[in-house]
Structure formats: structure tokens, C-alpha cells
Design a protein around this ligand. Structure first.
Ligand code: PMP
Ligand code: GLN
Length: 380
């Protein structure tokens, strides 16, 4: 058959995790915690499953969980959300991103993507008849050049997709980023999708600035989030979308035909678990220790790097040492030193090779130290 996504193969996360497993390597490639979630969360799931809450739940999500998400937005961002008309629980941020794009993008619409971007954005745009328009992020910190975004806007621009804290770079948006985006879109019909899955993971005293906090953006944005990242349960594929009522209405029209709903006992359990905000407020400190430990060790390797501002990824450069392409190097390191990473060329529209690898540091201290010991011995 003729492919609808001819340029797409199997995602790099599947490729590298399989290679890591085949080679018995430490897997710092695909982003997932190397430790389990809080046992109390598991007890709650067990309790709700045994209570018989195993049939379809409400399409927009269990009310108690939507309520908790609204409470969290008030507590963390000072933003009032109506849990009935502005909060939808979905099967992972991936579904939220897809459904938001599908809800608003029509054939021939242009969608601005900041390059590099998470690998699900462009396929979502293309499958819905949209045309991705790529705006390169600025090196070396992957910040946004707003003049370039302004130049990319045309009468056909329907949507801008953004991501803070950013995967793979960890760049965290500033107030100026929010203000400038708001200025660019405020007198237009352009909408925004904001991927904020790492909202609770920022370092060195930085604060995540949700697009919800800006009044102009609040009225135009689908904010996509994930419980997977926040509660160490990436395999549960459970997330949410926050958007004003008229956008949520359209979003739910798509969600109801994509998945309809998300595992109810997980939703009830998360609602109970989130009643204690310290369970998500402490996440930045938790991951900062890991980032610091990993960066300290990296100083003894040939790589050069700037510590990540947020997310649970650390990028490292090796271009001063070698011309080897980043994909080949990631594969070779997995085979030779048994540490797997992600070559970041995969996140670029043109697969540009900046000689940068991405390591996930959401791992136990021991695993990070073992990996660092191996990385110290690399031959580049
Ligand atoms: N966006 C970004 C930036 C991510 O790193 C991820 C990775 N998990 C996702 C979205 C997808 O989140 P989920 O697993 O909840 O679908
Ligand atoms: N978000 C994760 C990463 O960037 C991977 C998610 C996935 O495997 N699809 O590594």
C-alpha cells in the first residue's frame, strides 16, 4: 500500500531500547524512570480494581481526577480551571497532542513546529492534512528566535506547537518567551498546543511557566500533560489536556473516537494520590540530585555539555573530538561500552547531525554511576 507516512520508520525510542536490551546495556536512551512508583499509588489502583471499577468510565475522565487537576493548576500556577468544561483526561500526552491537532488542523493549514521537536508532532500534523513549517531553535541552548517565528507566520498558519521544558534540550521558557508568543498570536486566529509533560521537573531554582498563566495564551492554548512523567508510571499512558471550553468541546469530539476513555481505576487512584501536593511539588529537587550527580560524572568524560535546565534528559556534545555521525555513535556505544543513548538528529526535520547525544538520568544512583564509569572509558 502507499504509505501515509513514507518518511517515518520505527521510533528511535523503540530502536534504541531494543538494542540496549539485546546488548545487555544500561538503557539511558528512551525516557522512562529506572525505578518504580510510590507503593501507595499501587495499593490505590489495587483497591479500585478490586472495587469493580473496571468498566468504561466517563468519556472526559473521572470527575474526581479532573477536579484534582484543576486544584493543582490553581495551587501551582494560580489559574482557575473549570474541571467540567476545561479539563479532559486522556491516554497519555501523545493522545492529547494528536487530538488537539486533529481538532483544529484542516487540509492545507500550516502548523509551526520548533525544530528539533518531539517525534510525534510532525506525523500528527501530516496525518490531519496540515503542512509543518519548521523554525529552527537557536544554538547552543535551543532557545526560540521569535523573529524567525514571526517571519514563518502566514495567512495559512493555524497552529503553533511548543514544548517547555523542552525535549531533548531541557530548555525552559522564560516570561519573555510567553509574552512574545502572546504578542504574535493575540490578534489572529492562530491557536497553540503546549506540551508541558516535564512541568514539574525544572532545575537551579527555575520555575516552569505554563502557558495557562498568560491571559492571552490561556484563551488560545491546548496544554498537554502526562502523569507518566510526574508519578514514575510512563507505561500507564495517562495524561490530560487543558483548554478553554470552546476548544475542549472540539478536543473531546476527537478524543471520544480515538480512545473514548482511559482506565478508570488508574484515574481514581491518581485522584486520591494527588490529594497530597508534596507528591508532585518535590519532583524538581528529586531530579536535580540526579542531574547533578550525572553532570558531575560527565566532567570526567570527553563530552562537553551545559547542565539541563529541566526535563530528565542531559545532552552532551562530541563534535570537537570526532566526525562520526550521532546515530552511529549511539549504536556503537551501546555495543562497545553497554550504555544506550539517543542521537538527537532524530528530532530534527532534516535529521541534522550536530554531534549531540541525549542521556536520560531518571535512574537509580547506582545505575547512573555504573553508566558514568563506562562512559569514562569511551573511545571517540
Ligand atoms: N511529549 C514529550 C516532550 C515527551 O517527552 C513525551 C514522552 N513521553 C511525550 C510527549 C509523551 O507522553 P506520554 O507518554 O504521556 O504519551
Ligand atoms: N518521551 C520519551 C523520550 O523522549 C519516549 C516516549 C516513547 O517511547 N514514545 O525518550
Amino acid at each position: 500500500i502507499s504509505s501515509k507516512l513514507p518518511e517515518v520508520g520505527t521510533t528511535i525510542f523503540t530502536v534504541m531500547s531494543k538494542l540496549a536490551s539485546d546488548c545487555g546495556a544500561i538503557n539511558l536512551s528512551q525516557g522512562f524512570p529506572g525505578f518504580d512508583c510510590d507503593p501507595e499509588l499501587l495499593d490505590l489502583v489495587d483497591q479500585y480494581m478490586r472495587a469493580g471499577l473496571n468498566q468504561y468510565g466517563p468519556m472526559s475522565g473521572v470527575g474526581a481526577l479532573r477536579q484534582r487537576i484543576a486544584e493543582k493548576s490553581k495551587l501551582v500556577y494560580g489559574v482557575d480551571l473549570d474541571s467540567e468544561s476545561e479539563v479532559t483526561v486522556v491516554s497519555g500526552a501523545t493522545e492529547a497532542l494528536y487530538a488537539a491537532v486533529a481538532a483544529v488542523v484542516k487540509l492545507g493549514d500550516e502548523v509551526i513546529l520548533l525544530d528539533p521537536a518531539y517525534d510525534s508532532y510532525a506525523p500528527a500534523v501530516k496525518l490531519n492534512g496540515g503542512i509543518p513549517v519548521y523554525v529552527p531553535l537557536e544554538m547552543p541552548d535551543f532557545s526560540v528566535d521569535w523573529e524567525k517565528v514571526k517571519t514563518a507566520i502566514t495567512a495559512k498558519t493555524r497552529l503553533i506547537m511548543v514544548n517547555t521544558p523542552h525535549n531533548p534540550s531541557g530548555y525552559v521558557w522564560t516570561q519573555n518567551d510567553l509574552d512574545t508568543l502572546a504578542e504574535l498570536v493575540q490578534d489572529s486566529a492562530i491557536l497553540v498546543v503546549s506540551d508541558e509533560v516535564y512541568e514539574h521537573i525544572t532545575f537551579d531554582g527555575r520555575k516552569h511557566l505554563s502557558l495557562l498563566t498568560h491571559p492571552v495564551l490561556r484563551a488560545k492554548t491546548f496544554v498537554c500533560g502526562s502523569f507518566g512523567k510526574t508519578f514514575h508510571v510512563t507505561g500507564w499512558k495517562i495524561g490530560f489536556c487543558l483548554a478553554p471550553p470552546r476548544l475542549t468541546e472540539e478536543f473531546r469530539k476527537i478524543h471520544q473516537f480515538l480512545t473514548f476513555g482511559t482506565v478508570p481505576p488508574l484515574q481514581y487512584a491518581l485522584a486520591d494520590f494527588m490529594s497530597d501536593p508534596s507528591r508532585y511539588l518535590g519532583l524538581s529537587d528529586f531530579y536535580q540530585k540526579k542531574r547533578d550527580l550525572f553532570c558531575e560524572g560527565l566532567k570526567e568524560t570527553p563530552f562537553v555539555f551545559t547542565p539541563a535546565q529541566g526535563s530528565f534528559f542531559q545532552m552532551v556534545s562530541y563534535g570537537h573530538l570526532s566526525d562520526e555521525d550521532d546515530y552511529q555513535l549511539a549504536v556503537r556505544l551501546t555495543k562497545e561500552i553497554a550504555v544506550a543513548s539517543i542521537p538527537i538528529s532524530v528530532f530534527f526535520s532534516d535529521k541534522r547531525d550536530l554531534k549531540i547525544l541525549r542521556f536520560c538520568f531518571a535512574k537509580e544512583e547506582k545505575e547512573l554511576l555504573d553508566a558514568l564509569e563506562k562512559i569514562k572509558n569511551i573511545k571517540i
